[in-house]
Unconditional design. Structure first.
Length: 265
């Protein structure tokens, strides 16, 4: 490299010129991609709906309710039940997920969707149970793993019309008509519902709006240029060091030769 640069100083200018052209071309590519995005941001409601439960026998701790919404979270809270009883919740027509770790405070935050050891504690079934050791407790579950639990999601589409159709289909496909059966049992038998309080809530979603996902083209272009300049600078630094080192060495050698000329016969 030293010899090549010392013999051909124009090589350095060529490398710098090619690097600048590369920076301009790639910066334009970043800029154009920020203007024409194929991704769309959609928003849904994320409302917690409290359902009123019905009973077929007012003397037994058994309730039911029918739902037909697109929901992500399910919470069934029980208070004032006898100790050492068992809460059982059944969906008559759809599988749902539950884990004792859902909703608990801790270092691991999960929602049954990720592929890790904690999320694998989620069990998919029609029926889930919770032991009410002190007569109170909350059974939490996930219904849809497709809908965004925070109410904001992203999808890819060719145009805004296609994106809206896809978002509406996404929400509609998660609407399931099912009946939920809530029971509290002791040693396998239903107990009296006297004094027991049961609260049944679901986090439901309806499509609100959809918009094209847009990045700030100026900001992204500046980020791209800075990255390219940094990479190019690293690539060109060592050849430049070698070039200037060879030039300096040649100058020193020339000075040494002029100070100590060869003997004349």
């Amino acid at each position: 490299m030293k010899k090549a640069l010392s013999r051909n100083p124009n090589m350095l200018r060529t490398m710098i010129g090619m690097g600048l052209v590369l920076i301009i071309v790639l910066s334009y590519a970043v800029y154009s991609n920020t203007l024409d995005s194929e991704y769309y941001r959609y928003e849904t409601t994320n409302d917690e709906i409290n359902y009123e439960l019905a009973q077929s026998n007012e003397n037994e701790s058994a309730w039911f309710v029918s739902t037909s919404s697109a929901a992500t979270w399910l919470n069934i809270s029980v208070m004032n039940a006898p100790s050492d009883t068992v809460l059982t919740v059944t969906s008559t027509s759809s599988l749902w997920y539950s884990s004792e770790l859902l909703g608990m405070d801790g270092d691991e935050v999960f929602n049954c969707k990720e592929f890790d050891e904690v999320s694998e504690s989620c069990i998919s079934a029609y029926t889930h149970s919770l032991e009410l050791d002190e007569g109170s407790g909350t059974l939490r579950g996930r219904i849809s793993l497709t809908l965004p639990i925070e109410g904001v999601g992203y999808l890819q589409a060719a145009d805004p019309e296609s994106a809206e159709i896809a978002a509406e289909a996404l929400v509609d496909d998660e609407k399931v008509l099912t009946t939920w059966i809530i029971e509290i049992r002791e040693e396998g038998e239903l107990i009296s519902q006297e004094g027991i309080e049961v609260r049944f809530t679901m986090a439901e979603h309806e499509l609100v709006s959809i918009s094209e996902f847009v990045l700030d083209p100026v900001q992204e272009t500046l980020y791209g240029i800075a990255t390219l300049i940094g990479c190019f600078g690293l690539l060109i630094t060592f050849p430049m060091i070698a070039y200037f080192a060879s030039v300096a060495k040649s100058r020193i050698d020339e000075e040494n030769r002029s100070e100590d000329p060869a003997p004349v016969d």
